[in-house]
Design a binder for this molecule. Structure first.
Ligand code: FES
Length: 162
């Protein structure tokens, strides 16, 4: 990495207000893969021994993901997704470039950790509600859409703001 890239990345992180906890400090990050559909899913594996791939700051309201780190590299590909459990956030790559992020708190009854993704649909396996990649309900029992969070991407760096 040359100096210009290093500066840009550092500056970007500073601008995003990323100051706090790193995955190496034990922040849970749960990679989720896709499921049964090989065309859709990209396995995103959890870091082994901490990778620094994800940091959560501003009281959990800002999540910075470094896609250059292997543990989250799958999010670089269409259909790659992950659940960031400690920030109650789902992130998905919808088209190979665009990352969208949503609350992982299901609007039906509040389950936040039981998610699957396939065929461009998130499914909360607590009771089977499904949501599309815009967070819109496509199958109940949930009746309200998932709240979407702001996402800014600069190369491999993704900043999600709640
Ligand atoms: Fe998600 Fe019921 S809590 S479907």
């Amino acid at each position: 990495m040359n100096e210009l890239n290093r500066y840009t990345r550092k500056d970007f992180l500073r601008t995003a207000g990323s100051t706090a906890l790193f995955a190496t400090l034990g922040i849970g990050f749960y990679g989720c893969g896709s499921s049964t559909d090989a065309m859709e899913g990209t396995e995103v594996r959890p870091p082994s021994g901490g990778s620094g791939a994800i940091e959560i700051s501003n009281n959990g309201n800002t999540i910075t993901i470094d896609l250059s780190v292997n543990s989250v590299a799958g999010l670089n590909q269409q259909g790659g997704w992950t659940l960031i459990r400690d920030a109650a956030t789902l992130a998905v790559n919808v088209d190979g470039t665009t990352i969208r992020a949503f609350t992982s708190v299901c609007t039906h009854a509040g389950c936040s950790t039981n998610w699957q993704f396939s065929n461009n649909r998130f499914e909360c396996t607590c009771h089977g509600s499904r949501f599309d990649t815009s967070g819109s309900v496509v199958r109940g029992p949930a009746s309200r859409d998932l709240q979407e969070f702001s996402v800014v991407r600069d190369g491999d760096l993704i900043v999600i703001s709640k």
